[in-house]
Design a protein around this ligand. Structure first.
Ligand code: HEC
Length: 149
């Protein structure tokens, strides 16, 4: 009981710092996953643009890899409260509208899993799967990421 009271009495900032340091470095960890996703999307975008021929093995592997990355995104460990401070473009909205953020993340994971399972065998079905996944990147970034310059 005594512990509970002193914890509750601790300043909010201390709690925020505490929850950040509980994980190794959630900012770096989530950015590493995001970067990997960016690389993966970048590897298949030339096919969407018609700059490279359709390659079923390549796009299926990429979609499966994206899904693996999506599965790694655990909001509780990678986006703990207070981790909008530091070298990050995560918007405070992630925590102000946490239900909205979690809904966006859940939708992304669902779409990434569906796209990976679809295993597109031609360009047309690949385009559908690609758009299904990448619309999530843009939507979440627009709502929950800030541009810092
Ligand atoms: C549910 C929300 C969400 C989804 C979905 C999402 N992102 Fe992100 N992304 C973020 C947030 C928040 C950041 C900022 C992370 C930070 O700086 O701490 C970010 C940052 C990034 C970055 C910059 C990483 C860095 O080094 O600073 C890249 C690249 C990126 N995302 C790519 C993608 C791609 C590609 C997809 C889709 C395949 C995607 N993201 C889907 C929320 C999302």
């Amino acid at each position: 009981m005594h512990r509970l009271i002193s914890f509750a009495a601790a300043p909010l900032l201390a709690i925020a710092v505490l929850s950040v340091s509980a994980n190794a470095d959630p900012i770096k960890d989530r950015q590493a996953i995001m970067k990997d996703q960016g690389k993966t999307v970048g590897s298949i975008t030339p096919i969407i643009k018609g700059e490279k021929p359709f390659d079923a093995a390549l796009v299926i592997a990429a979609l499966k890899h994206l899904n693996e990355d999506a599965e790694k995104i655990d909001a509780a460990t990678l986006f703990p409260a207070g981790s909008d401070k530091g070298e990050t473009t995560a918007s405070p909205k992630i925590w102000e509208d946490n239900a909205g953020f979690l809904a966006a993340l859940t939708k992304y994971k669902k779409d990434a899993a569906a796209a990976a399972a679809a295993e597109p065998k031609d360009l047309e079905s690949f385009k559908v799967a690609f758009n299904q996944v990448t619309e999530n990147c843009a939507a979440c970034h627009k709502a929950f990421r800030i541009k810092k310059d």
